[in-house]
Design a protein around this ligand. Structure first.
Ligand SMILES: [Zn+2]
Length: 330
């Protein structure tokens, strides 16, 4: 598949990852790291975020960064285990998560275009054949999360799940984005429209759907339990966090409501959500934590279980959205 001018698509659809100063933006703005003109080595969260922030500010994709985003070689990462039943099989800048259940694997998001084969190869590396997938959950209709759906559909009988507005977004984009040109073929009788409160049970794992509009109107988040030894920890994959291009006050208000709703799940005294399994690793600096997760010694707490980190992430998201909202209302 030919990739031409991904920047144009990213600009047009205000894609997911422009975090407008989310979790690690403070580090990025003040911290070191390569300038956008430098060649990007590896998968460094602060540098990626810095470039997206620059792109959001100027509307111009830094050339070296655009090249890096488009490079299959640069985007390739090794799959890794985040929890005993959770593996990232995505690419550097966009995640795809395999959740292993007692009845087979579930996938969250599909990557896209030229990177689809990397995801399949990563899946195979962790022993998952796409034919064995039991369910494919999709967070929202932006190309970087669902652009691989059609190709994946040819490899599996698993039903694909997204909100109605998410399907609509994807179909709308399929008219304009080469990565998604086949999405029109996806919603058939096998596919599922997810609604708030739905629970999809696969073997021993329940996936709860929360509609969390804001990043897009169709954005959903999924809550499920991850395993760490003999413990189960409640986790969330938040469908989308970026606000770039969101200048609609209603949408910003929905975004804030969604953040507040997730916040309440984190602060709940009844089986609270403790961990964010993100759609983009660089947004919360997850990539930089992988090594400590892998090198963790028996008995040590899981590095992602720091009490305050998820609440801090949510607070940053909320205050960014509130700031933008008040600017728009002036
Ligand atoms: Zn998005």
């Amino acid at each position: 598949m030919k990739i031409k001018n991904i920047s144009k698509f990213i600009a047009a659809f205000s894609m997911c990852s422009v975090m407008s100063g989310t979790a690690i933006a403070g580090d990025v703005v003040s911290g070191g790291g390569a300038s956008s003109a430098d060649k990007i080595e590896g998968c460094p969260s602060p540098v990626i975020l810095k470039n997206f922030v620059e792109f959001a500010k100027t509307g111009k994709m830094p050339p070296a960064f655009g090249k890096w985003l488009n490079s299959v070689e640069a985007q390739q990462i090794e799959p890794y285990k985040l929890f005993d039943n959770v593996y990232n099989v995505g690419i550097c800048w966009v995640n795809a998560w395999v959740i292993k259940t007692s009845d087979g694997p579930v996938l969250i998001d599909t990557t896209y275009g030229p990177f689809f084969d990397l995801m399949i190869s990563n899946m195979q590396q962790i022993g998952v054949d796409p034919a064995d997938l039991k369910l494919v959950l999709m967070t929202h209709g932006h190309f970087d999360h669902v652009g691989g759906a059609d190709r994946l559909k040819a490899l599996t009988n698993a039903p694909f799940v997204m909100t109605q507005a998410g399907w609509d977004e994807a179909l709308e984009h399929s008219k304009k984005i080469p990565f998604m040109e086949e999405m029109k073929a996806v919603p058939d009788e096998h596919d599922i429209v997810a609604k708030d409160g739905d629970i999809f049970t696969v073997g021993d794992t329940k996936f709860r759907v929360y509609e969390t509009p804001g990043h897009t109107w169709g954005t959903a988040s999924y809550v499920y339990d991850v395993k760490d030894g003999d413990r189960e920890i409640r986790a969330i994959t938040i469908g989308g966090l970026g606000l770039n291009g969101v200048n609609d006050t209603k949408q910003l208000e929905s975004y804030i409501d969604s953040v507040n709703r997730i916040d309440a799940m984190v602060e709940s005294t009844n089986n609270p959500v403790r961990v964010h399994v993100p759609a983009h690793s660089f947004a919360s600096g997850l990539t930089e934590q992988v090594e400590s997760i892998q090198n963790r010694k028996p008995g040590e707490p899981h590095p992602l279980l720091k009490e305050s980190s998820l609440l801090e992430q949510l607070e940053r998201l909320r205050s960014n959205a509130q700031q933008r909202l008040s600017t728009l209302k002036q």
